[in-house]
Design a protein around this ligand. Structure first.
Ligand code: ADP
Ligand code: MG
Length: 677
């Protein structure tokens, strides 16, 4: 790694221990990270306002020549006010006021002209500019504003960055000249200079282009490196390919989409390299049965299958489904979850190790050190957005190059998926099983809640069931519906003739399990719950879901919750209760009412929340981009994908001298992922 860039920030003049600690708070420790702390906006000072034009109460940039300074005014022990007076070319005056900032005050020289950026106060006759940023008129006209921490100002950061830029002047570029020429990129050092101190808007744009290109290129290279690792050979090939007995034992016909995906997976599992495939499909499209079909073929091919579910509830639900569909076919299915006793666990682990279990379903505990397999052939991860890349890899290390299948119910548009999951092949299930009636969604204010209750009562009288979701468990915050209080209220009042129970994350696995089982059996009419029912839970007789404080949830999350109903062939309703007035919340709720398409919803959610929040950076191996935005910069992204392929096809492990800097930068970007090279 470049040694200059690795120097600590404290090696800059004027950065002592104290300031270095402040930088550290921002996650900035070396020169490189400081240089990559890009401004989050710029103040345009090319057209300063006349003092007469400056609007009271607003921030603006004015130009004034200093006329005189007042004696500091000691207001209290903690507050000294420093005031200078200046005038513009129209001879209009302004007071320049600093609170406790003697340095700024002293830096102003009588007779000199400066630009000031700050908030205007006072009145029409006597305007003041408060704690302004002082800008030299011959500095560039776009002034960088940085994200700060208390004790640091944009000005301090600018000064330090200027010095850092001088330090790296004359350094070789990190990208090969070929690429720079091909795409007309500006040099790295120029880009850094212009992102911090743009000479003009145009320079700024070119700087951004260059830096976005670089960041996305590194990312694509990283992803492709991960993919390369999957090209290890495997001996785990399917030998048994006949699904007849499995299909005969099913209560329904598979959809075309399900059949296609099963076939895609089968052909993957006949190859010399392990399958690494993602199945995307909307809630309720029937991903579990696809998993079961593959588990069947692997078990019949004398290999073990591990299925990882994100929650106990889901693991137990899958277990029941797999027992129902596979046990009659002579396949040994078992479960390994955290709530088992340690004796039970070690029994299951033993049986796994000796190959007595064919299909094991579990949560994280499946993957603790002690769990070993005799002949693990396939790993299936359900609702994979809940798991980190690391977790998936840990499991993959268990077997000897097993096949991997991940299933996600938060589908994203194909073009984007191809790029984001660059390390996976993708199958989409666009079709829902026949006979499904789309869930109707309405948004009501809380004043109409009693009407919603009447509707639910009506449904219960028809022997249907309902979910009510609250954001909180107990009454920690006012004005937020909580499961405990809500349940009590329903039990004591409006639904006292019905069975109302609550379910939340603080309960033990077996408590949750007992409740879910009762709900599934129809012994509970209304289940009041937190989002623990968000993923996967399958009770076809539940036809209403009412979501309190719906504005609290993300779009994809609401869609997941809604997916708990409409799973059979009875008409279902999703009631979003919200008094939110923010246009943003209104918009989200409207999207929910307007569409049932998970792909569309995910796309909107991505736009609203940005990729980082949508995926949860750490979980997904999606890097924390400094400047690129994978949604807005798709064009550059596509180019970078190709160029990354080019680079790696000539130099698969980035060993050439000309790729040395690229290699370092890729490793840096993927530093959370120690497996990359
Ligand atoms: P998801 O894709 O959301 O995980 P599930 O696998 O839980 O969906 O399936 C939803 C429901 O649809 C389950 O009750 C399942 O048994 C049922 N199902 C799956 N495939 C079909 C099909 N081809 N025809 C009818 N019902 C199906
Ligand atoms: Mg599911």
């Amino acid at each position: 790694m470049n040694t200059l860039l690795n120097l600590p920030i404290s090696s800059l003049n004027g950065v002592g221990k104290k300031r270095a600690a402040l930088y550290s708070k921002l996650g900035l420790n070396d020169i490189n990270s400081l240089l990559h702390h890009f401004p989050n906006r710029y103040i345009n000072c090319s057209n300063p306002l006349k003092i007469s034009q400056a609007i009271i109460g607003e921030k603006c940039c004015i130009k004034a020549t200093i006329l005189k300074s007042e004696k500091p005014y000691v207001k209290s022990r903690k507050m000294i006010i420093y005031t200078s007076h200046g005038a513009d070319s129209d001879k209009n005056c302004v007071a320049i006021v600093f609170f406790n900032n003697i340095y700024a005050f002293k830096s102003l020289k009588i007779g000199h002209t400066y630009l000031f950026f700050g908030k205007i106060e006072g009145n029409i006759i006597s305007k003041k500019i408060i704690n302004p940023m002082i800008i030299n008129p011959d500095e560039s006209s776009l002034i960088p504003i940085y994200s700060l921490t208390s004790g640091l100002t944009s000005k301090m950061i600018s000064t330090n960055i200027k010095q850092a830029l001088n330090l790296i002047d004359g350094q070789e570029d990190c990208l090969p000249q070929k690429l720079i020429d091909k795409y007309g990129l500006i040099a790295f050092n120029d880009a850094l200079k212009n992102i911090h101190f743009p000479q003009s808007e145009q320079h700024l744009n070119r700087a951004k282009q260059r830096l976005i290109f670089e960041e996305l290129l590194y990312w694509q290279i990283g992803i492709q490196l991960i993919k390369q690792q999957n090209t290890i050979e495997t001996t785990k090939k399917l030998t048994y390919l006949n699904l007849d007995s499995f299909l005969n034992n099913l209560k329904f016909e598979l959809t075309n989409a399900q059949n296609n995906v099963i076939n895609e997976c089968i052909s993957d599992c006949l190859k010399n390299v392990p399958m690494n495939r993602l199945i995307q499909g909307d809630v309720g499209c029937g991903k579990t049965v696809v998993a079961a079909a593959l588990a069947f073929l692997f078990a019949k091919s004398k290999m073990q299958v591990a299925i990882m579910a994100p929650t106990d509830i889901l693991a137990r639900q899958h277990f029941k489904f797999f027992v129902k569909t596979l046990t009659p076919l002579g396949i040994n299915v078992n479960i390994l979850v955290g709530s088992l006793s340690s004796k039970e666990k070690s029994k299951v682990q033993n049986e796994l190790e000796y190959g007595m279990i064919d299909v094991i379903i579990g949560t994280h505990s499946l993957f603790q050190e002690k769990t070993n397999f005799k002949n693990l052939g396939l790993i299936i991860t359900d609702e994979q957005h809940r798991f980190g890349v690391e977790q998936r890899k840990k499991l993959a290390e268990k077997g000897n190059a097993p096949h991997k299948l991940v299933m996600s119910a938060t589908p994203i548009p194909r073009t984007l998926a191809l790029i984001i999951y660059g390390d996976l092949d993708i199958s989409n299930i666009y079709e829902l099983p026949a006979g499904r009636i789309p869930v109707k969604t309405v948004h009501i204010p809380s004043s109409k809640r009693s009407r919603a209750f009447s509707y639910i009562k009506n449904q219960l009288q028809k022997q249907r069931q309902a979910y009510i979701v609250c954001p909180a468990i107990d009454d920690s915050e006012r004005n937020i519906a909580s499961v405990v209080k809500y349940t009590q209220n329903l039990q004591q009042n409006i639904f006292k003739d019905y069975s109302v129970e609550m379910l939340h994350g603080k309960m033990t696995g077996s408590e949750k399990d007992i409740l879910m089982q009762k709900f599934l059996n129809g012994q509970i009419d209304i289940l009041v719950s937190t989002t623990v029912i968000e993923v996967g839970v399958d009770v076809p007789n539940a036809t209403t879901i009412m979501i309190e404080n719906a504005e609290f949830f993300g779009l994809s999350q609401l869609h997941q919750l809604r997916g708990r109903v409409g799973r059979g062939n009875i008409e279902s309703l999703c009631i979003l209760v919200s008094n939110a007035t923010k246009p943003e919340s209104q918009k989200r709720l409207k999207i929910m009412c307007d569409t049932n398409n998970g792909f569309e919803i995910a796309e909107e959610d991505l736009k609203i929340r940005g990729p980082g929040d949508f995926f949860g950076n750490k979980q997904h191996g999606l890097p924390n981009f400094k400047i690129a935005n994978i949604i807005e910069d798709t064009k550059i992204l596509n180019v970078c994908k190709k160029e990354a392929e080019n680079i790696l096809s000539n130099d698969p492990r980035l060993e050439l001298k000309e790729h040395e800097k690229i290699k370092n930068n890729v490793l840096h970007l993927f530093s959370h992922d120690k497996y990359i090279l």
